[in-house]
Design a protein around this ligand. Sequence first.
Ligand code: ZN
Ligand code: ZN
Length: 132
Amino acid sequence: MSVIKTNTDWEDSGFDCDHCGGEVSRRTDKETGLPDKVCFQCMQCGCQWTAAGSVQRVGHGRHCAKAARERAGTNPLTFLQSPRMRVLLSILLLLVLIRFGGFGVLRLLIPLALIGTIVYRIRRYGQERMWW
Ligand SMILES: [Zn+2]
Ligand SMILES: [Zn+2]
């Protein structure tokens, strides 16, 4: 029978916590028979992040819960605001329209899309030149 050993390594990551300014360490959990688990942990407030940067555990600091809430609150919005997401959504919308409205909708949509693009371009152009 093999003995399961757990071992945690701490290493200075060189980052500072954006909640409390504490030192963030790279934590490697080693367990016999399992792949190493790497995450980042603030030594001061106890927040944990995955290697990819998403929050894994909210710490006990004063700002931690607030920061986590703000992050959760803005995430769906930034997700929808990403250009790739918008393109995907318009394609989906178009597919739904075609499915339920037939190709007649397309004939109506193309001029609308053209007008929309032109209006958008003019607006952007005006904004750059501070017309409004
Ligand atoms: Zn912290
Ligand atoms: Zn924190």
